[in-house]
Write a protein that binds this ligand. Structure first.
Ligand SMILES: Cc1cc2nc3c(=O)[nH]c(=O)nc-3n(C[C@H](O)[C@H](O)[C@H](O)COP(=O)(O)O)c2cc1C
Length: 340
């Protein structure tokens, strides 16, 4: 079995655009979109990683010798840990790897299942960019979360119906893509959605419906009013708006305001099991990882994903052990110190 360092070195050889830096922190690729970077000055991507590094885990080693358990629940499905693969599209254009999005999705979904967790899959401006990944989920009994762009309602509806047909576990929509100029001008344009629109979409969805790209208490309250089942606190890896806060900074206020009425996930800059611990300590129900899991797929397909996620799980277990937490539900704000 390869090590993560070997998988990552392999990804570096295969990528002509992404540099696969020792720490994937958005500094070298500032503004590179297309590419793996953050939009404009790249500050939002950089901030995602930077702010997580200013959160410290508090040790508590006077505790029982009970084994640490990282298992969690995702809308009634048990997962090995509350860590999911974020939807990523355009592997060729963004990383410069010789891999199309379908092969990427196939390896991603398999790797996540092998590691005991779940992949969110992507969408694109041509219908096949949604249908293709869905065929892959179908082969895995729907074990994944198709993520639909905020197209016009009729285009979202047929996608939701197809997702239900393959027994997808849940459906997400990256509503923060609604402001992206290239997608607003695409064959099927995306558009902003009101609370009323979202209520209708929730009615159309036959499974839990998750909104990705919520970055404020106000946004979370609108999502709650729309009746969705969960939100992902996310700035899209810093790719939709320059000069915005990181998800980790706004997470705690959102969790408090939501007060358990829907699931709250977070992503952006999560690179280690310690980062996962920090996000859970702020109250997240789970986290998504984008770029590092892409590197894992490019480096060694499904096996690379399993190697990466096993590493994350081990780090999370070690962090939990040192903080005196035996179960995911025990991790809370008392276990971290924030130096912002
Ligand atoms: C190259 C690239 C492509 C992405 N494509 C999508 C997408 O199609 N849909 C989506 O919801 N998010 C997309 N994202 C955002 C990710 O889902 C996720 O929010 C982000 O990557 C998390 O930050 P991280 O990469 O620092 O972990 C993309 C991100 C990158 C880097």
């Amino acid at each position: 079995m390869k090590t993560w360092d070997e998988v990552y070195a392999h990804a570096r050889e295969k990528c002509n655009i992404c540099r696969c830096c020792p720490t994937c922190n958005g500094l070298a690729c500032r503004g590179e979109t297309p590419g793996p970077g953050g939009k404009g000055s790249g500050s939002a991507f950089v901030r995602n990683v930077e702010m997580l590094s200013k959160v410290f885990i508090t040790m508590d080693t006077i505790t029982s010798n009970e084994e640490v358990d990282t298992h969690a629940d995702f809308f009634g499905h048990q997962v090995s840990m509350p860590v999911y693969a974020a939807p990523i599209s355009g592997i060729r254009q963004n990383y410069g790897a010789d891999m199309d999005d379908l092969v990427y999705t196939e390896e991603l979904v398999k790797g996540c299942i092998d590691a005991g967790t779940i992949a969110f899959t992507g969408d694109g401006m041509y219908d096949d960019m949604f249908k293709g990944p869905l065929e892959i989920l179908k082969k895995q009994q729907g074990y994944g979360v198709p993520t639909i762009k905020p197209w016009a309602k009729e285009h979202m509806k047929w996608r939701m119906d197809l997702a239900a047909e393959v027994n997808a576990l849940a459906i997400a929509s990256d509503i923060d893509a609604s402001g992206l100029t290239n997608l607003r001008k695409s064959v099927t344009p995306v558009g902003f959605k009101t609370v009323e629109d979202l209520k209708e979409l929730k009615q159309m969805s036959h499974v839990p419906f998750i909104l990705k790209g919520i970055m404020s208490v106000k946004g979370a309250m609108k999502a709650l009013e729309a009746g969705v089942d969960g939100i992902i606190v996310s700035n899209h890896g810093g790719r939709v708006l320059d000069n915005c806060l990181s998800g980790i900074e706004v997470l705690e206020d959102i969790v408090k305001a939501v007060d358990g009425r829907m699931k709250v996930f977070v992503d952006g800059g999560i690179r280690s099991g310690n980062d996962v611990f920090k996000a859970l300590a702020f109250g997240a129900d789970g986290v998504l990882i984008g770029r590092s899991i892409s590197h894992a797929v490019i480096g060694d397909g499904a096996q690379g994903v399993k190697i990466y996620l096993d590493k994350i799980q081990l780090e999370l277990k070690e962090a939990m052990a040192m903080a005196g937490c035996k179960r995911i539900e025990e991790i809370n704000k008392e276990h971290i110190t924030v130096k912002w």
